[in-house]
Design a protein around this ligand. Structure first.
Ligand code: UDP
Length: 412
């Protein structure tokens, strides 16, 4: 049997203060017809990256709504996750190699993972490409039961064709598929019914809940960051699409005008992302020993509380992605009233209204200019910070996403 991720219980009513009591009532009503239904979520890691982050809250709250929900994680060796990382990059548009051997490694693992999947569920929600192939295996073996949904968190609008064609065949038999934005659905994918559901952040989690100044400063001290000088931060996996090298370039440009500036690059190492280790080294080399650039990760015990503290203590947060499914870190920082400069791509565009709740940028130079502008202007930072928090309250908190999910399941 595949491992099940235990999640501590949480209660929908506790969200009334952050999201408003009407949001709680609406959600309860929407969930009424699903009471007693059984839902299985499947992804490829219990820790690291946005999907694990989302499931932690969603699974707990679905159970609180009376929907019997379980979360299982597929298993894979390094060769499998190397192939799925190529697939991930290819689906986002990189010209990766894609060979029959790679397909065989992928399908082989899907077979063993399908054998370990829990049975008896009314709905199975499969997250991202890694576990997508298990449905095909169950169909071949005549064991398909329930409604199947493919929740794709990445942008498939401009994919590398051979990889897309392979995955199109894997997901053709699903009943529904969910994308963060309508534009992310690949041209020509027919079969599953299309739903659009942007992700959300949990305002009550250790990552996003309130942290007082003292705790935040204690965390900065622990990592040797100077609280008296301005801090620019990017929190994200070490991945070329997140462009940590571009962030270092932008920091170096902005530092000409703000000599005291420090840069925090905080990234967790997920076990389903073998490229992360390599890219951490590449970033470390690029740092060139600059003592004001901090490369931190869970290896230095940076957990949810620490990320929360770093985001809060930042003068400006950047998420200079070149491609981005959504970028939970953007909403996480906006919720904390910190101004965010984001790459003008994918889901970041949903979150930041350029010039109002943050800035959207398309180059290192633009990123540096906007950072400089914000670093020089405390009023602008405060104004954008406040607008950011409102934007997240309206659109990107947990209960809204849960309501969208529940409506989607009911529609299927
Ligand atoms: N994250 C974290 N520690 C880190 C780096 C990232 O907890 O060192 C979290 C981050 O706060 C966010 C998630 O991992 O909740 C990343 O999600 P996002 O959607 O931004 O990017 P993804 O990794 O899914 O591409």
């Amino acid at each position: 049997m595949l491992p099940t991720v235990p999640v501590p219980p949480q209660h929908v009513d506790d969200y009334a203060e952050a999201a408003g009591p009407e949001a709680v009532d609406r959600l309860r009503q929407a969930a009424e017809s699903l009471r007693g239904a059984r839902v299985l979520h499947v992804n490829s890691t219990a820790f690291g990256g946005g999907v694990a982050e989302l499931l932690f809250t969603q699974v707990a709250l679905m159970n609180d709504l009376g929907i019997d929900t379980t979360w299982q994680v597929i298993e894979g060796a390094e060769d499998f996750f190397t192939v799925t990382k190529f697939a991930h990059n290819g689906l986002q548009g990189a010209q990766v190699p894609w060979t029959p051997d790679m397909e065989a490694i992928y399908l082989d693992r899907c077979r063993s993972n399908a054998a370990g999947l829990a049975e008896g569920y009314d709905y199975v929600v499969i997250h991202d490409p890694q576990p997508a192939g298990v449905l095909g295996v169950l169909e071949e073996e005549g064991r398909r039961a329930g409604r199947w949904i493919w929740r794709c968190h990445i942008d498939l609008s401009a994919p590398h064709r051979p990889v897309l064609d392979f995955f199109t065949r894997r997901v053709a038999g699903y009943d529904g598929m969910v994308f963060t934005m309508r534009e992310f659905a690949p041209p020509g994918l027919t079969g599953p019914r299309l739903f659009v559901i942007p992700p959300s952040i949990d305002p009550l989690s250790l990552k996003n809940g309130f942290v007082d100044h003292e705790t935040a400063y204690e965390v900065l001290n622990r990592y040797g960051v100077d609280r008296a000088r301005p801090i620019l931060t990017q929190v994200s996996r070490f991945d070329p699409w997140k462009d940590p090298l571009g962030v270092i370039d932008a920091y170096r440009l902005a530092r000409r005008e703000h000599p005291g500036l420090q840069l925090l690059l905080v990234g967790s190492m997920a076990h389903d992302d073998p490229e992360g280790w390599h890219y951490l080294e590449v970033t470390e080399t690029y740092r060139e020993g600059d003592p004001d650039i901090y490369l931190l990760s869970n290896l230095q015990e940076v957990g949810h509380l620490e990320v929360n503290a770093f985001q809060r203590a930042s003068t400006v947060v950047v998420q200079k992605s070149l491609r981005e499914g959504f970028g939970l870190v953007v909403s996480e920082a906006m919720w904390k009233e910190v101004p965010v400069i984001g790459g003008d791509v994918g889901g970041i565009r949903l979150q930041i209204e350029d010039g109002v709740s943050g800035f959207l940028v398309s180059s290192v130079e633009e990123c540096a200019e906007r950072a400089s502008e914000l670093l020089s202007d405390p009023d602008l930072r405060m104004k954008m910070g406040r607008a950011g928090r409102e934007r997240v309250r309206e659109r990107f908190l947990t209960l809204r996403e849960l309501e969208d999910y529940v409506r989607m399941l009911a529609a299927l």
